[in-house]
Design a protein around this ligand. Sequence first.
Ligand SMILES: Nc1ncnc2c1ncn2[C@@H]1O[C@H](COP(=O)(O)OP(=O)(O)OP(=O)(O)O)[C@@H](O)[C@H]1O
Length: 677
Amino acid sequence: MTHQEEREYLGHTLTYIQQKKTELVSIPNYTGEDITKLAIEDHRVRTIAALRRAAEEPYFGRIDFTEENGTDKAYYIGKSGIENDKGGDPLVIDWRAPVASLFYGFSGGEELAYYVAPEGIIEGEIQLKRNIVIRQADIQRIVDTFVRGETSSSGGDEFLLYRLGEHKDDRLRDIVSTIQAEQNDIIRKEKNRPLFIQGVAGSGKTTVALHRLAFLLYEYREQLNAKRMIIFAPNAMFLNYISNVLPELGVGDIQQSTFIDWALSQMDVSFPLENEAERLMNVFETSSDEKNEASTLGSLATYKSIDAFATTHAQVSLQQLFDAGEGRHLTVEELANWTVDDGMPLARRKERFLQRVKHWIDEQAKWMDPPQARDFKKTAKQKLRTYSKHWPSTDPLSVYLYYLKEHAPTEWIRISETKTLTRADIAPLLHLHYRLHGIPKEHRFDHTVIDEAQDCSPYQLAVLNEVTRRKSFTVLGDLAQGIYGEEGVQSWSALEEVFGDTDTTLSVMQRSYRSTFEIITFANQFLKQMPGIETLAEPVFRSGNAVEVIKVKAAETFKVLAEWISTMQTKQAETLVILTRSSSEAKVIHQILHQAGQTTTLVSAEDTSYEGGISIMPVYLAKGLEFDAVLMWNVSQANYPEDARHAKLMYVGCTRALHELTLLYDGTPSPLLIESL
Ligand SMILES: Nc1ncnc2c1ncn2[C@@H]1O[C@H](COP(=O)(O)OP(=O)(O)OP(=O)(O)O)[C@@H](O)[C@H]1O
């Protein structure tokens, strides 16, 4: 009965979608310049795209709601809303609409439910919450997670577990059909108060951030422009991994970048950036303790100090008159009127000054014979070029070096000698670039998301705060995954401070969705060994195989690896990874498997895309990614000694696994394995 009723509704909806699409496609393109017609054309194109997406899977859920006044309504929830031109209620409600909150916020227990509509709070009683899996326009599965009066209703867990049990390919996916109540709250938080989210590994931070962008764009469509919204993530491979979600949600125009790539696209800097692979090797594979330099450069104190330096630097005081030749000159007093600091960036003031002097030269020449005037103008303009050198530099790198020479001589020597920049230099350089040249209007953001924000420096955030309107930020991360140590932050307050007196919100996500109960429980032992981490990850009760910790001898390496791969493949694992402590170990394993005819992908810091299949990479490159099966290679005492940094690396590695986790070691196991041997 249920299926029949749902089949009819689906048939009816698909017919409508088809008709509407045909009707809209038949309207000729508008290519003129009338703004109203262009807006209508834009709407037409977007609607066709949304209908095309909806034709395969128009909705995924249904909620039956009895309003206080007794009206019964059935709402079908999908990725895009589908209006009904022929009158009546929409056929499908957009998942971001206020009423869809009922679907996400309801966990089965509440007597009364409500949502906040534009006209006020609407209260009522939920009768039914149903998940409907549609693939290629066909109903595959119906799961009722709540039916009023039935005591067995789970409120959503059964369907969530079904979804979490699926195997993953090479791309992160949207979760519109199973967004959980605590995630829904975060997605829908207000726009203009900086929002910080501390979430355990696998709690859905990246996914929630992407859904929040789509939500904000819907909720504030009159104020926001997708092209002026951005998500910053740590590296190109991770960006590639998440690249499908925003287009799937119909908001593909939102920018996605790393901080460094974006910053370098804003300015010209003559020195190259250090090699990324070498940097990572330095951070993770050498045992140097000199890791404080980035934390000083990345601090808010340095931001303030450089800001004050830029202000002083921009005060122009010309001490020499400008002699244009032929007895004409501008006095120091006259020049001072043209150099006043009226708040305009230095480079623009300099440009304005030069224009004025050029104009003055032309005026002087008016009283001369033409040949004399020509010679005078030529000479005077040459002299002006020489004179302009009395202006302070407008090159960010030069100004940065002046600053360092005075305030941080070690850094000055580093750059002067190597003629190479580190990542920590980029935020100060962009800051100076903005101070010297200003921020073009079109470079400002309406909303900025920072993922993996535990690795973001306060300085970076302060610079982003300059380009982001109304402090509209979502900042997400996990302090327990702060594997860069001093380069990132040790507490969220270090980043919150950037916003000064502005109120910020800190939300916490403790439930972990990625991994099985066994894997999360296992990984929690590493959280317990990190100073300052008080709460553990809470598993969703999805049980799987036990985590295996196995001792192997070096001579058996290949045999063990081959067995692991074939066992995982028989378990239908599609994405497998071998995580090593170092890049050299990863190369050796890749070589061994290659010689045995096994195709694997060796992932390095330079890679910009993630291909799925069987990958081998150093553990520090796996942050943000996930795999059906993970093999932690050689978790020996030498590779993972007992300290917070290695506990974090171990935590990151183990929490990459969705379904299967195996750890191998040769010799003495890591002392961090306190509960598993
Ligand atoms: N509500 C949900 N329904 C279904 N899947 C979910 C849900 N929330 C999270 N997931 C899944 O959990 C996994 C982890 O999500 P995500 O990568 O966004 O987490 P994260 O907190 O950013 O993790 P990490 O910090 O470890 O990188 C993904 O596979 C995601 O699809």
